[in-house]
Design a protein around this ligand. Sequence first.
Ligand SMILES: Cc1cc2ncn([C@H]3O[C@H](COP(=O)(O)O)[C@@H](O)[C@H]3O)c2cc1C
Ligand SMILES: O=C(O)c1cccnc1
Length: 333
Amino acid sequence: MAAARDLQARLTKPAGSLGALEELSVRLAGLAEVCPPPLPTPATVAVFAGDHGVHAQGVTPWPQEVTAQMVANFVAGGAVVNTFARQAGADVMVVDVGVAIPLHGGATLLDANVRRGTRDLSVGPALTRDEARAAVEVGVGVAAALVESGAKCLLTGDMGIANTTPAAALIAAFTGAGPAAATGRGAGIDDATLERKVEVVGRALALHRPDPADPLGVLAAVGGLEHAALTGFILGAAAHRVPVIIDGVIATSAALAAAAFAPDAVAAMVAGHRSAEPGATVALAHLGLEPLLDLGMRLGEGSGAALALPVVTAAVRVLHEVATFDSAGVSEK
Ligand SMILES: Cc1cc2ncn([C@H]3O[C@H](COP(=O)(O)O)[C@@H](O)[C@H]3O)c2cc1C
Ligand SMILES: O=C(O)c1cccnc1
């Protein structure tokens, strides 16, 4: 990090003129323990998909089968995340960690189904501790396999109708925020549904009283299979000292769980964007992360992470390519 700071000061630009990109390049040099750090390429968006028993509470207007249908769309390359990943030069990998409907495998679909959807977190634990652990380990394994095959940057993605409800519950559990501050409109709900969703999150928290010092217990009580897998994915990236670009509210809720397991994991996290979901801002503040982009997006899938990848690449590329005052013969002030 000291070497990266020193190099930034010698490049042909006023000190600090690249704003947040400079500190990002310094963090990534520290993570990789080398200056300049590797360019974040090749990169893969891992889209973890799962379904949710809490769907039964009417927290989203979308039918549960949209999860499986969107997985097919990801495999066919037709979703927003596929387009943004193509734009950024990233691969997309789809992991079924908990989809309710059996899926037919495609080239980029990994079947790691732990159970066909969670139980309803508002009436009992969403998962057993063993199921939550198994899902975390799916994410750890996916991160390890991607790094093994050469990935230099991992990006979080999610698909799961109703998954903003467990995300809100996780954010409330880990940050202490109230249900209303942590809960948003997800994939689009009216005022009456939002009121019910906040009530469902509040009821779940009162029922389970999740202990933030026991992240596996929190994931089991009020989480989701994709949230747990993303937690493991983020921890896996950090363990390999590979940067992981965090997407929206689902990913930031998983990032809180990862930080509860291992506070040092935050050093590997790059917040791709600020999701319009209010819980995302609560989670980012708790993690002490500033997002790279703020475009009012609220989609998930890994779309905001994919969009941020070229910004991360640019931050690192500066350390590789920009001339120094010395080498370019530019006068200093
Ligand atoms: C067509 C469609 C594509 C999506 N892609 C991501 N999401 C996002 O919206 C869902 C969460 O919102 P909620 O909790 O309100 O159901 C997740 O699947 C998330 O990935 C989508 C949602 C829909 C409907
Ligand atoms: O920010 C997200 O990840 C998000 C927001 C709305 C719906 N689904 C996901």
